[in-house]
Design a binder for this molecule. Structure first.
Ligand SMILES: Cc1ncc(COP(=O)(O)O)c(C=O)c1O
Length: 361
């Protein structure tokens, strides 16, 4: 079998298959647990998106619109970027994969900061590529280190801004400088899954940077701010030429009918966006204030999640909290064993988190 699988696949481990909450509760004999582990929107999905899904359900006998016409038109209008520079994906995860399948061949090289979003390495390795991971410096992305890691075989560079799991962001000035130093024959993937949560005005915004590098791909998602993680819909901006090549490789119906309708409606849901940002900002304020009071260190964030340094190690705290019905993320696989990562929840969830943390440490 080893000989049969593609180069790189042997080294991969499957994504840890989490159990449904109901099953976990049954095993632990608890009820009413809360999940703060996956940077999701605690308010649920955008109500306008839910209505759009209901309205479309009766058309499910038809294939989706493979061109994503309405959603791309709406994105084009909102961001003032031509539809020909927009590509849709089954979550931005699929767009990462599509970029690799379009541009990387077996034996090509890619670079990522580490720790960052774990999917980059999985996809590159699974495609037979070689990934160089450049360690963060003081928990910030080391742009100089990434530039130094470029080789003649480098095809793709990943930058996650703000970075998952650290929550820190790169400024516009730093990013422009960085992009200008990257050779023009490398694809730069700028993953902005959390950009809407950013409060620091100096932070880079990929849409303003598309002219700074010929092969810049800016990726975004409806999973976080709009609460549509379960529907799987993401979008990307790049040059028309890059998008044209990605469309050659893309499955024609990768963005499903309900996801397209929901995302189109969600873009108009300014009340929901406003509420989400308010819940996240107020929640962060509450959580940080209480962590200060407990005397636990945390990393300042530009997102809806953040890292907390916990005495006794992240895995132990994760396990103890799980038994109390509070699901957080331990950071062992990100090589940050002293930390847990939590996403900001509803006020009552944040209170429960703080209460439980006090108990377990
Ligand atoms: C940095 C980053 N990029 C991309 C994604 C994937 O988003 P999607 O749900 O659109 O596939 C996530 C999800 O957690 C993420 O953290």
């Amino acid at each position: 079998m080893r000989k049969l699988v593609r180069k790189g696949v042997e080294e991969l481990v499957p994504y840890p298959p989490g159990k449904p909450i109901e099953e976990l509760e049954r095993e632990l004999g608890i009820k009413g647990s809360i999940k703060l582990a996956s940077n999701e929107n605690p308010l649920g999905p955008s109500p306008l998106a839910v209505q759009a899904v209901m309205d479309k359900v009766s058309t499910l006998n038809r294939y989706p619109d493979g061109s994503g016409y309405y959603l791309k038109s709406k994105l084009s209008e909102k961001f003032n970027i031509p539809s020909g520079q927009i590509v849709l994906g089954n979550g931005s995860n699929e767009l990462i994969e599509l970029i690799i399948r379009t541009f990387m061949s077996s034996g090509d090289h890619a670079i990522q900061p580490f720790p960052s979003f774990l999917v980059y390495e999985k996809i590159v390795t699974g495609a037979g590529g070689d990934m160089t991971s450049v360690s963060l410096s003081n928990l910030s992305i080391d742009l100089k280190g990434i530039l130094n890691a470029i080789t003649p075989k480098t095809k793709v560079i990943f930058i996650c801004n703000p970075n998952n799991p650290t929550g820190g962001a790169i400024s516009k000035d730093e990013m422009i400088q960085f992009l200008r130093e990257i050779p023009g024959d490398i694809i730069v993937v700028l993953d902005e899954a959390y950009c809407e949560f950013v409060t620091d005005e100096k932070t880079a915004n990929g849409i303003d940077l598309l002219d700074e590098h010929p092969f810049l791909c800016v990726l975004r998602t409806f999973s976080k701010l709009y609460g549509l993680a379960g529907l799987r819909i993401g979008y990307g901006f790049a040059s028309e030429m890059v998008v044209e090549y990605m469309n050659r490789v893309r499955q024609p119906f990768n963005a499903n009918t309900l996801a397209q309708a929901a995302a189109t409606a969600a873009l108009d849901d300014s009340a929901f966006v406003h509420r989400t940002l308010q819940v996240v900002r107020e929640g962060l304020h509450y959580l940080c204030h209480n962590l200060d009071e407990i005397g636990v260190q945390y990393i300042p964030t530009q997102t809806n999640f953040f890292l907390i340094k916990v005495p006794g190690g992240g895995k132990r705290v994760y396990e103890l909290m799980l038994k109390q019905g509070v699901i957080v993320r331990s950071m062992d696989s990100y090589d940050l064993p002293d930390y847990i990562r939590i996403s900001v929840g509803l006020p009552e969830e944040n209170e429960r988190f703080i209460e439980t943390l006090r108990k377990v440490i």
